[in-house]
Ligand binder design. Structure first.
Ligand code: ATP
Ligand code: MG
Length: 715
């Protein structure tokens, strides 16, 4: 690795940031100006030019996906292994710390992590035990309260409600009871990971000193979205040394609703000594028109630190707005433009569809499916939340701990093995009277309660798990996972379903083995990697583990999830008042400004071409809404606030015309770009939903949506 490779493609300000002498550095710069690039090159420069040991580097970012990308970019730039560096999300690194130092943290070695759903379930249970009606005390609100307190570093025992404030007093009661239950269960929620890791370091001076000595460089991407506890964590680790390298953009602060504090940007300059501020002003990502749209929009926000952003690009004609008559027409428009784009540019991963709320994905998924365009949804049904993965995890958990009753119940039921609901209910009753686990109850339940057949089925099940436990001793993690999944017969079972999901589900089960292998590689530095640790981590990693078969696929995600990413072609869909900005933000000026920043994030993901689409009417949860207003953001991107010069290159797209259906007739020969020559067997439907059944010589008979199929008539 020579210095030219590290410094070669950097402008002056970027170079200054990468090669700055050790000190506190804040890189404050707009979207696409190379902040992440500077952070990656800084690490490469430190390691290769400054003789900094990889293990003295900690780099933190915001999402698992961003962390993975950071690791990939680093590996590509460096010749040697980055496994000694700590590169991850705040949550991931806090988890790693607690895994190693569980004793100092005073938690059980095999502690488990609660994901957001698990947490909500536990809160419901706590409220029930306190006789609090969920209607009067919505558990989600409690969850928000608890997480918010944790993010602020506040423990219930140190808090008290203002005189006479019954609401607050009750919330604190629940918080305390919930906390006690988590402690006795050995469970940590996400916010707890950060808080406990912070306290463990703070209250163990030798431990803190060890890490302060170790980490000579702390680098943070997306700094604008750090919350109180994350910022405290950084300061604690820095311990007054000048070693923080933070990059961020106040215009992209989009997690205020979750406790992020953009003020940390200013605090950093006040709290730390000698913080050098570097600005990057050239945008390398987007065309001129896209950047002007973004700059114009964000000029409507008042709360800004202020930045300049320009581009050398001169491409003017690249932002378009489409006014659809309904949501189906919006999806059709998007699909048609994807087909056009992909005919010139075959890599579908260059295309992103971004939306405000995850429920909007369904519509586009259907349209893409119909058009046979591969796609991938991030953060839709999360990998670890898929039914087949939860089933497999139940088996894994049961091998790790036979007394896990929830897993017992799930695994006993699937694949079907003669253990029905009645059997489980009777077994549960028996276990309850005995005070034992379901597993133990199998051995003690009398046959006059259950009957011989059911007992046999249960015994076969527990024997299988017992021999799995023996057979997997000493195997590597991924071999253990593979063996358990195979023996569970889940792949065979899902394969036999024949409901169109079987291939996906089998792929996902296979992917779980890969996930465990990757996990062992990444966690190799933590003494031992076993099933317990992998299972605890699965909750944390649940966010966005990829299915490997869908890499050449259109990317669907929420605007929040798109932060930090870039795509040549971007569609921002549903740009309507009420949806984006979302109506829940209407009452607060800060809320609208945060939505506007979210729109700015979305626009600045686009490199070459950007479409914003909105519909006049839309079906939401089964109700038809008409006369929907386009988002105020659409007007705002047309002209800078206070300026009379509208940006000319901004253009409305004419209505998308359906393909001329009329020249297709049954019996006609047609040409399809992928399937070749075929003969029309059948036609049905009208307008945009018209379909043709075509018999292709090499591919057999298919139903195609005429509007997307681009059939050319040959006769
Ligand atoms: P965001 O605010 O969206 O996170 P960013 O500031 O982190 O953006 P990067 O993702 O680092 O920006 O860079 C944006 C794009 O510009 C990337 O494709 C990057 O490779 C490219 N880029 C950055 N600096 C240069 C440069 N000096 N020369 C050429 N390309 C560059
Ligand atoms: Mg970035």
């Amino acid at each position: 690795m020579n210095i030219d490779q590290i410094l070669g493609k950097l402008n002056k300000a970027q170079n200054q940031a990468v090669t700055a002498p050790l000190g506190n550095l804040l890189i404050l710069a707009g979207a696409g100006s190379g902040k992440t690039r500077v952070l990656v090159h800084r690490i490469a420069w430190l390691v290769t030019q400054q003789q900094v040991q990889p293990h003295s580097i900690m780099a933190v970012t915001f999402t698992n996906k961003a962390a993975r990308e950071l690791r990939e970019r680093l590996s590509a730039l460096l010749d040697y292994s980055i496994s000694d560096m700590w590169v991850g999300t705040f949550h991931g690194l806090a988890h790693k710390l607690l895994r190693i130092h569980w004793e100092q943290a005073k938690i059980p070695r095999d502690f488990q992590i609660l994901d957001a759903d698990d947490q909500l379930r536990l809160i419901k249970r706590v409220q029930l035990s306190l006789n609090l009606d969920p209607k009067a005390w919505p558990p989600r609100k409690t969850q928000w309260f608890i997480n918010h307190k944790k993010d602020e570093g506040q423990r219930p025992q140190y808090l008290s409600a203002p005189e006479g404030d019954r609401y607050h007093a009750t919330m604190l009661n629940i918080y305390q009871a919930y906390h006690d239950l988590c402690v006795s269960n050995g469970q940590l929620d996400f916010a707890e990971l950060l808080l406990l890791a912070h306290e463990t370091l703070r209250d163990n001076p030798p431990l803190l000193q060890h890490y302060q000595m170790r980490f000579k460089h702390l680098l943070v991407d997306e700094f604008q979205d750090t919350n109180t506890i994350q910022y405290a964590w950084l300061r604690l680790l820095a311990g007054g040394r000048e070693c923080i390298f933070a990059v961020g953009d106040d215009d992209q602060a989009i997690y205020g609703w979750r406790g992020a504090r953009v003020e940390n940007i200013q605090s950093l300059q006040n709290d730390l000594s000698n913080t050098q501020l570097i600005r990057l002003e050239q945008n390398y990502r987007s065309t001129k028109a896209i950047l002007e749209a973004a700059n114009s929009l964000i000029s409507y926000n008042n709360a800004r630190l202020g930045k300049t952003l320009w581009t050398a690009s001169t491409n003017e004609d690249s932002v378009e707005i489409y006014n659809a008559y309904n949501e189906l027409n919006e999806a059709e428009f998007v699909v048609k433009n994807i087909l056009d784009f992909s005919s010139k540019n075959p890599n579908l991963a260059n295309i992103a569809i971004l939306y405000r709320t995850s429920s909007q994905s369904q519509l586009f998924e259907e349209a893409l499916l119909q058009a046979q365009i591969p796609y991938r949804v991030y953060g839709g049904v999360k990998f670890f939340e898929r039914a087949e993965i939860k089933d497999a995890l139940a088996y894994l958990r049961l091998v790790a701990n036979p007394h896990d009753d929830i897993s017992f119940e799930r695994a006993a039921g699937i694949p079907p093995k003669g253990i029905g609901k009645r059997t489980i209910d009777l077994l549960k009753n028996h276990a309850m009277t005995e005070g034992s686990s379901l597993w133990q109850a199998v051995a003690t339940i009398p046959s006059d309660i259950l009957g011989k057949r059911a007992i046999n089925a249960l015994e076969t099940f527990t024997k299988m798990l017992e021999s799995l436990r023996n057979e997997t001793q000493g195997l590597e993690l991924f071999q253990t996972v593979a063996k358990i999944i195979e023996t569970s017969k889940l792949p065979d079972y899902y394969g036999s379903l024949k409901d169109g999901t079987e291939i996906d589900r089998q792929d996902n089960l296979a992917e779980l083995v890969n996930v465990s292998r990757r996990f062992a590689r990444e966690y190799g530095t933590v003494s031992e990697v076993n099933l317990d640790i992998f299972l605890a981590n699965s909750a944390l990693e649940a966010e966005d583990t990829a299915n490997p078969n869908t890499s050449n696929a259109v990317q669907l995600m929420t605007l929040h999830a798109a932060k930090g990413l870039e795509f040549p072609l971007v569609f921002i869909v549903g740009v309507e008042e009420g949806l984006f900005p979302h109506q829940m933000c209407f009452n607060s000026p800060n809320g609208i400004e945060e939505e506007r920043r979210l729109c700015y994030v979305g626009i600045t993901r686009a490199m070459q071409k950007l479409y914003l689409t909105h519909a006049k009417s839309r079906r939401i949860y089964g109700n038809e809404y008409s006369h929907i207003q386009p988002s105020r953001f659409i007007e705002e991107i047309k002209g800078v606030k206070g300026s009379k010069d509208a940006i000319p290159q901004f253009k409305h797209v004419p209505k998308y015309q359906d393909k001329n259906v009329s020249n297709l007739r049954i019996g006609r020969r047609v040409m399809h770009s992928k399937f070749g020559v075929g003969t029309i067997l059948n036609l049905e439907g009208q307008g945009s939903s018209a379909r043709a059944q075509v018999h292709f010589l090499r591919f057999g008979t298919k139903w195609l949506v005429i509007a997307y199929a681009n059939l050319e008539t040959l006769d």
